[in-house]
Design a protein around this ligand. Structure first.
Ligand SMILES: O=C(O)[C@@H](CO)OP(=O)(O)O
Length: 245
């Protein structure tokens, strides 16, 4: 027997469209992003992959994507849990900055190190600044970061994965996680045992369900990398990799 896990990155956000580093800034979906979310739900329905339990981050682009996708799949009624541990990687002082401008100012190497290295975080965001989250009531009392590298994301996400998500998967329910490019890269790294170096080359496209069948004993993927439900996923993955160029 296998368990089914669906990973869904939110549809295009307004800041994805403007090529801005987003992180924990709570921006809405663009019109294209809403359409991607609905299409994502249609892919689920067509494939007969019907989520029974939903986990989301605390950010509206993931929440709205899940709502739109599940509505399109007639699964809008399933129980949901939300947690900041599924949030996007905190992009520190880069939040709100244009990716191309940062690349032009600091050069390709520094840009890629901040964007895709496993263990080098961008400079921390200043408390109280325009795009910081320190006064946001949804995180009150929580140990939230001021910047994160992917390693930090994995370290804050894994306790939630183990304590809340794994038990749901083990009930045999089809579990869906609606989250973000980098929080999902952390989950994929963990599931597929991807090395710290190789994870730099993994990009996740917006709004396309990624389905993993997990071995019931090991909880490891039966097929490494899972299966994207959109036949055009490859081109969309390449577009994410090339952002900032
Ligand atoms: O800006 C961000 O928060 C993320 C996801 O959109 O970007 P990147 O793919 O550059 O890590």
């Amino acid at each position: 027997m296998t368990y089914t896990l669906v990973l869904l990155r939110h549809g295009e956000s307004e800041w994805n469209a403007k090529n801005l580093f987003t992180g924990w800034v709570d921006v809405p979906l663009s019109e294209k992003g809403r359409a991607e979310a609905v299409r994502g739900g249609e892919f689920l329905k067509e494939a007969g992959v019907l989520p029974e339990k939903l986990f989301t981050s605390m950010l509206r682009r993931a929440i709205m994507t899940a709502n739109l996708a599940l509505d399109a799949a007639d699964r809008h009624w399933i129980p949901v849990e939300r947690h900041w541990r599924l949030n996007e990687r905190h992009y520190g002082a880069l939040q709100g900055k244009n990716k191309k401008e940062i690349r032009d100012e600091y050069g390709e190497e520094q840009f890629m190190q901040w964007r895709r290295s496993y263990d080098v975080p961008p400079p921390p965001i200043e408390a109280g600044s325009e795009f910081s989250q320190d006064a946001d009531p949804r995180y009150a009392g929580e140990p939230i970061p001021a910047t994160e590298c992917l390693k930090d994301v994995l370290e804050r996400l894994l306790p939630y994965w183990e304590s809340r998500i794994v038990p749901e998967i083990k009930t045999g329910k089809t579990v869906m996680i609606a989250a973000h490019g980098n929080s999902l890269r952390a989950i994929v790294k963990h599931l597929d045992d991807i090395s710290d170096d190789d994870i730099a080359g993994v990009n996740i496209p917006t709004g396309i369900p990624l389905v993993y069948e997990l071995d019931e004993k090991t909880l490891k993927p039966v097929k490494k990398g899972g299966t994207y439900l959109d036949p055009e996923a490859e081109a969309k993955i390449a577009a994410v990799a090339n952002q900032g160029k």
